[in-house]
Structures are given as structure tokens and as C-alpha cells.
Design a protein around this ligand. Structure first.
Ligand SMILES: Nc1ncnc2c1ncn2[C@@H]1O[C@H](COP(=O)(O)OP(=O)(O)OP(=O)(O)O)[C@@H](O)[C@H]1O
Ligand SMILES: O=C(O)C1=C[C@@H](O)[C@@H](O)[C@H](O)C1
Ligand SMILES: [Mg+2]
Length: 176
């Protein structure tokens, strides 16, 4: 297998449920990238679940931990990073992501996202019990920020392995 990559690191962005964690794993498997999940890193470092951080310290504290965790990744080599859905909210984060490698937006329709969000109750900003309208408004507000990504992959009709392949093609990794 001959692999020539234009971008050494891949930074996955997208809304909650878009598949960042899943696709990071698929990329790790397909092309040997080191897998880093920023949400998991925050949970590990803070010693508590994301929902607990939100409820006891508030969203701003979580955002500070998130920015801190992102910065702590440097130096980074041959890694795929699954970010949290809200990482693009801060301009400093968007700039830092770009400095690390290829920023890839996993785009999914609201139909796909809402079906996934409805199936899980551990996301503080998308609680199906409260209805998903607030989450839909958040998604709409964030769309222009996600779309600043260098690479956009439409994921609705693709399996995780197909999404991973499309990303590798887009960044110029050959012969996978
Ligand atoms: N391309 C896909 N095809 C089918 N199912 C998918 C695909 N991508 C992700 N899924 C499923 O969607 C759900 C959400 O995926 P995942 O947890 O990877 O999203 P995420 O972007 O990491 O979300 P969060 O921002 O909440 O961490 C999971 O059940 C996963 O198996
Ligand atoms: O979209 C968001 O704001 C979030 C997404 C998750 O990945 C977590 O980072 C957290 O639940 C917040
Ligand atoms: Mg995730």
C-alpha cells in the first residue's frame, strides 16, 4: 500500500450526531491514523461526563476546557481528531484547527441528524425529551461556520467506510 498524504492530520467537524467519532475510528482503521476524540479527552481530564460539566459548571466552562484540550494536541502527527460539535463557535478554535491540518466538515441533513439525536439522551444541547427544535436552531446558526471547512463531505447516503474513503480521496491519500 502506497500512501501519499498532502495533509498529515485530519480534523473532523460537524453537528452532534454527524458521525465525527464513528468516522475517526473508520479512518484509524483504514489508514492507520492515531484517533483522538476531543470530547473523550475532556471527560478523561475532568473526570466527569460532559452532561455533568454542563450542569454543574455551565457551558462556558465546558467551552474553556474544549479550547484548552484542542491547544494541548500540538504537536500532532498522522492523527484524526473527532472534535465536539460546538468547537467551531470560537474563532480562535477555527484558526487553530486550520493550523493543525485538513479541516473536514461531515455534512448531514437535519433528517439524518434528528433521527440520531432522538435515539440518545446524553447530549446536553440536544435533549430529545425537551424536543429538538432548539437543537435545530443551533444547527442552522452553526451551518455557515461548518461550511468554512477546507473539505466538505456529504455523508447522508454513505456508510462510515465510504465516508472515510471519500475523505482520504479528498485529501489526496492514494491507493488505500
Ligand atoms: N455514515 C454513517 N452511517 C450510518 N450511521 C452513522 C454514520 N455516521 C455515524 N453514524 C451513527 O450515528 C450515531 C452518531 O455518530 P457519532 O457519535 O459518531 O456522532 P458525533 O458526530 O461524534 O456526535 P457528537 O458530536 O454528539 O459527539 C452513531 O450511532 C453512529 O453509529
Ligand atoms: O454541539 C455541541 O455544542 C456539543 C457537542 C458534543 O460533541 C459535546 O462537545 C457537547 O455535548 C457539546
Ligand atoms: Mg462524538
Amino acid at each position: 500500500m502506497c500512501m501519499v498524504s498532502k495533509s498529515d492530520n485530519i480534523l473532523l467537524i460537524g453537528f452532534m450526531g454527524a458521525g465525527k467519532t464513528t468516522i475517526a475510528r473508520a479512518l484509524g482503521k483504514a489508514a492507520g491514523y492515531r484517533i483522538i476524540d476531543l470530547d473523550a479527552l475532556i471527560v478523561e481530564r475532568r473526570g466527569r461526563a460532559i452532561a455533568e460539566i454542563f450542569s454543574s459548571e455551565g457551558e462556558e466552562a465546558f467551552r474553556d476546557y474544549e479550547s484548552e484540550a484542542l491547544r494541548s494536541l500540538e504537536p500532532l502527527s498522522h492523527a484524526v481528531v473527532a472534535t465536539g460539535g460546538g468547537i467551531i463557535g470560537r474563532q480562535e478554535n477555527r484558526e487553530f484547527l486550520r493550523s493543525l491540518g485538513a479541516v473536514v466538515y461531515l455534512r448531514a441533513s437535519w433528517k439524518t441528524l434528528s433521527a440520531r439525536l432522538a435515539a440518545s439522551d446524553d447530549r446536553p444541547l440536544a435533549d430529545p425529551a425537551a424536543g429538538l427544535e432548539k437543537a435545530r436552531q443551533l444547527w442552522l446558526r452553526r451551518l455557515p461556520l461548518y461550511e468554512q471547512a477546507e473539505i466538505i463531505i456529504d455523508t447522508d447516503e454513505k456508510s462510515p467506510a465510504e465516508v472515510a474513503r471519500a475523505i482520504l480521496q479528498a485529501i489526496g491519500v492514494e491507493d488505500v
